[in-house]
Design a protein around this ligand. Structure first.
Ligand code: KG4
Ligand code: ZN
Length: 337
């Protein structure tokens, strides 16, 4: 089965062709048209501009991903939610039209499920049960996955998501957009023990996250320091903040592994999984405390939003579930897993 996948839930217009090779999704073609430059001018994503850019970019992205129609496929998959409704609708309409016109099976995929299955694009086969650590711009979740298609939420954020915290702190430091990658680059020049910042919901048994207190602490710190902030001070704040986020996620991950013994694999996924400090911190912690458990993180290109991960999830819907009826599925900005 070869699947054409489309993802337009936020600010990346993406399409991919993914094939099932004996229960392993293989990416045949993958295109992401980023809107980053446009949103950098306004300092964030403006939903109706993002939707208009999807309309402009999607035809070209589809042409490129199919190599002008030379690559064929047997099914269509699309992100149905969660996301910005105007953006979701663009991908949804395109996918429905292709499925209807060509009479192909149609798969509606949850964006978070896409992030989960990005772990299957690492070249390794994650063994179940797996602990999935999703860290993106909109979500921070610990999920226990015992079987394909079954997701048990162990903990999630009560306020800001990890990526959102990176973006907000980057704004406080006036670093520009997109905040996460710029802040993490700056952090490489700073001292991560320069400032002591709080770990949210640090009670012994909590698997929930909270990043708003951390963001508040950075805001307070910035106000107290002499203005304008020197470059090296910003780098020290960035490094201390990044370390605190990594330590927070590490603590909760280890707690979850302690509470649910038998976890074979830990998968770190989502846009913030592109953060090298976080990847390294979690990998070290798993190797040290649970040497039998494998740690998997997708290649950088499959951490931030892309359509290959939507195709990978659709491969497993095809293998373990069944297609959706395109006439019955609608874009849902609040779709839950
Ligand atoms: O998964 P994603 O592309 O979109 C959502 O589904 O939300 O995640 C985007 C988030 C943004 O908040 C961005 O700042 C963050 O991922 N991000 C990073 C890095 N690269 C992207 N955060 C920290 N370090 C990075 N290197
Ligand atoms: Zn995402």
């Amino acid at each position: 089965m070869r699947i054409l996948a489309i993802e337009t839930s936020c600010d990346e217009t993406a399409a991919a062709i993914v094939e099932d090779h004996n229960y392993q999704p293989v990416v045949i073609s993958n295109i992401v048209a980023s809107q980053m430059e446009v949103h950098a001018e306004t300092g964030g994503v403006i939903p109706n501009i993002a939707a208009r850019l999807h309309t402009e970019n999607l035809p070209r992205v589809l042409k490129e991903v199919t190599k002008s129609g030379r690559l064929t496929y047997d099914a269509v998959a699309v992100t149905a939610g969660p996301g910005l409704v105007g953006c979701l609708l663009i991908g949804m309409s395109a996918a429905k039209t292709i499925a209807m016109a060509r009479n192909l099976p149609f798969f509606a995929i949850n964006h978070l499920e896409g992030h989960i299955y990005s772990a299957w694009l690492s070249g390794e086969k994650p063994e179940l049960p797996a602990l999935i650590v999703i860290v993106s711009g909109g979500h921070t979740e610990l999920i226990l996955m015992e079987r394909h298609g079954y997701y048990q939420h162990l903990g999630r954020t009560r306020d800001d998501a990890a990526g959102e915290a990176f973006d907000k702190v980057a704004r406080l430091l006036e670093l520009g957009y997109p905040g996460g990658p710029i802040l993490s680059e700056l952090a490489t020049h700073g001292k991560d023990n320069a400032f002591d910042l709080p770990i949210g919901l640090n009670e012994n048994d909590s698997l929930e996250f909270s990043f708003s207190g951390l963001k508040g602490a950075v805001s307070h710190l910035v106000q107290k320091l002499p203005q304008p902030l020197a470059r090296h001070t910003k780098a020290d704040i960035a490094a201390s903040f990044q370390k605190t986020v990594s330590e927070t996620i590490k603590k909760k991950m280890l707690r979850a592994m302690h509470s649910y013994p038998g976890i074979q694999t830990v998968c770190l996924v989502g846009g913030v999984a592109a953060n090298k400090h976080l990847r390294h911190t979690l990998e070290q912690a798993v190797h040290q405390d649970h040497p039998q458990t494998r740690f998997i993180v997708p290649p950088f290109e499959y951490c931030t939003d892309n359509a290959a991960m939507i195709g990978a999830a659709a491969v497993f819907h095809h293998l373990f579930g069944r297609p959706d009826s395109w006439s019955r599925v609608e874009a849902d900005p609040n779709l839950s897993l």
